[in-house]
Design a protein around this ligand. Structure first.
Ligand SMILES: Nc1ncnc2c1ncn2[C@@H]1O[C@H](COP(=O)(O)OP(=O)(O)O)[C@@H](O)[C@H]1O
Ligand SMILES: [Mg+2]
Length: 250
């Protein structure tokens, strides 16, 4: 077990670690083109943080940096108070940093059960991942032998979340959870997000549009053009700011 794994607290939070993920003045680039221009984002332990902003704002890149998939070109990444700048995705995943990518990343030609058994290199026994998933999402148990690609978008998102949670994450990052889903399904999924957070897993949710996520978010961060425009308690986020951000105003 690596040093990092042993220093990251178990889910449920550690009062000595008030912030589970912090990006500090982070810059990141694709080749020569910088797309994150020094952003600071914090996920307090046990909270739900909504990362909002229009298409191209840099939200997905932020998740890529926070999960170690993309190197920073400036600034620092901290997990549980520890500087992990430059640590790769595999090691951060083992330490409990877990992402559900945009588009969900389920295998369409595998069954629900098979998808759950394909999860993880984090050391959680695979059968246990499946059992935990079925307990949390009974609908997945009912559909265990169905090909994932033939399920509805909401059920596929459920499967993606279940697979992620099976790895016993400390922090879960969800990219565009609501994309392409009906509002009713989205609110059900957000109820699950709230339940997950109540169990002590910190959650960073990326959404292009704010309304669906703000009901469950404790904090919000609004990005545009690779910079943070606003951050604070989700309840303090006002419509004028969002409108300005989304419409590209001053
Ligand atoms: N693989 C890539 N190669 C080059 N540029 C990219 C790549 N992915 C994203 N970008 C650019 O980085 C910026 C931020 O993109 P992204 O993080 O995907 O934004 P968001 O998720 O908020 O829509 C955009 O200008 C986008 O065009
Ligand atoms: Mg994106």
């Amino acid at each position: 077990m690596s040093d990092l794994v042993t220093t990251v607290p178990a889910p449920g939070g550690d009062p000595d670690v008030p912030v589970i993920v912090a990006l500090r003045d982070v810059r990141a680039a694709y080749g020569a083109i910088e797309v994150l221009h020094g952003i600071t984002v914090e996920v307090p332990t046990g909270s739900v943080v909504a990362l909002l902003g229009p298409n191209g704002a840099g939200k997905t890149t932020t998740i890529s940096v926070a999960s170690g998939l993309m190197p920073v070109s400036g600034g620092a990444l901290e997990i549980a108070g520890r500087d992990v700048t430059g640590v790769g995705a595999t090691e951060l995943a083992r330490a409990g940093v877990c992402t559900v990518p945009e588009g969900r990343g389920v295998f369409p030609n595998l069954t629900v059960s098979e998808n759950l058994l394909m999860a993880s290199y984090t050391g959680v026994p695979r059968a246990e991942i499946r059992d935990v998933a079925f307990a949390r999402f009974p609908r997945l148990a009912e559909r265990r032998n169905q090909l994932a690609g033939t399920m509805s978008g909401g059920e596929q998102q459920m499967l993606a979340m279940a697979r992620a949670l099976g790895t016993d994450p400390v922090v879960l990052m969800l990219d565009e959870l609501s994309m392409g889903l009906a509002p009713k399904i989205v609110s059900q999924l957000y109820e699950q997000v709230a339940a997950i957070a109540a169990e002590g897993v910190s959650v960073l949710v990326v959404e292009q549009f704010a309304r669906s996520v703000l009901g469950v978010a404790d904090h919000a961060v609004v990005m545009a053009h690779g910079t943070v425009q606003w951050s604070g308690p989700a309840g303090d986020l006002d419509d004028d700011l969002l409108t300005t951000t989304y419409l590209g105003g001053p």
